[in-house]
Design a protein around this ligand. Structure first.
Ligand SMILES: [Zn+2]
Length: 340
């Protein structure tokens, strides 16, 4: 396990790149023949709220929220993560899979020392650990669906009480992302090392995902300025058509590397420089601009949240979702070492 710990340092800033997704509670229908728009509210039916699970309720963890360290049960903490990390409008089984991934990630952090020394086990900053949203804030955001959504979130944690993703008996680095470009990415394609359980697998989401295809365009001057900021030694003096070449594309269409101005750069680095939604992209020169065409959203490793949602819609349960996205794992009830 130790040899895998090094990767976590590199991963810290990259893990949960998806910002909070605004939950859409309205759909717009067009009434055919009339040409007017009508707003239809999707109000979820009432759901029975389950009590907190015994295992997750049996111990507390310390969560750094802003400047304050709050002590709460694992169950209460995970509810806050699910509220923040996945739209509560998603299927119950997708939310359950999210709860299991979040629990596992938390266990991994606790067993590897985490990012906060003796101060806290984990924090609520998604650029560091995992996003966290308290019940009051989430419910005021959810409006008419607040009761039903909160019940789904709390039930996602309760229905998967203690369930943790294990490889070699240890909690895995259970990273996840918003949407894949039909396949997920190997950890080594995006970060430094591969992990046996973070392989490339097929993912069923597609055009139905909001902004699944996106584009980002830059004038030649903008491109040059942004790239030279990161790589001042690059030579972008020649014709624009020759600025990007020697594209290395993976089987999953991920950009592994491109040579820009004579420097070989990883696709993930270009993603960062140009704020692209993923490292699955193509680029072309058109109308005096360099245009990136991007598929999916997020780092692409581990569970795809929109893929989980599609699998749940297709009748798969949370365990089938988890074992699909994390290769060769088992799932079992687990508690952190210091409590077991
Ligand atoms: Zn943190």
């Amino acid at each position: 396990m130790r040899r895998y710990l090094g990767i976590s340092v590199v991963l810290l800033g990259l893990l949960f790149l998806l910002p909070l997704i605004t939950v859409t509670t309205h759909v717009v229908l067009r009434e055919t023949g009339v040409g007017t728009k009508r707003e239809v509210k999707l109000v979820e039916p009432e759901i029975e709220l389950l009590p907190q699970g015994e295992t997750d309720g049996s111990y507390t963890i310390r969560v750094l929220l802003g400047d304050e360290v709050k002590t709460m049960t694992m169950g209460e903490y995970l509810q806050g993560v699910v509220r923040a990390e996945m739209p509560a409008s998603f299927e119950q089984q997708a939310l359950c899979a999210q709860a299991v991934a979040a629990r596992t990630y938390t266990m991994y952090k606790m067993s590897s020392g985490g990012n906060h020394g003796n101060t806290a086990d984990i924090c609520g900053d998604h650029t560091c650990c995992q996003a966290y949203l308290d019940k009051e804030t989430a419910m005021s955001n959810w409006g008419d669906n607040a009761q039903a959504y909160e019940a789904k979130v709390e039930n996602a944690v309760a229905l998967t009480d203690g369930q943790t993703i294990l490889y070699g008996g240890q909690p895995i680095l259970a990273v996840f992302h918003s949407s894949s470009a039909r396949t997920t990415k190997r950890a080594g394609e995006v970060w430094t090392n591969d992990l046996p359980y973070l392989q490339s697998v097929e993912s069923p989401e597609g055009e139905g995902v909001p902004n699944y295809y996106s584009r980002a365009e830059f004038t030649f001057a903008e491109f040059k300025k942004m790239f030279l900021q990161a790589y001042p030694e690059a030579d972008l003096s020649g014709p624009v058509s020759g600025w990007m070449k020697a594209w290395v594309i993976g089987d999953d269409r991920n950009v592994e590397s491109v040579t820009v101005g004579g420097i070989s750069v990883r696709g993930t680095k270009l993603r960062t420089i140009f704020s692209l939604r993923s490292s699955t992209f193509e680029a072309e020169v058109a109308d005096g601009k360099i245009v990136f065409f991007v598929t999916g959203y997020g780092h692409g490793v581990g569970m795809s949240q929109y893929g989980a949602q599609q699998m749940a819609k297709d009748g798969k349960d949370w365990k089938e979702i988890i074992t699909h996205y994390y290769t060769g794992v088992t799932v079992a009830v687990h508690t952190p070492e210091r409590f077991s």
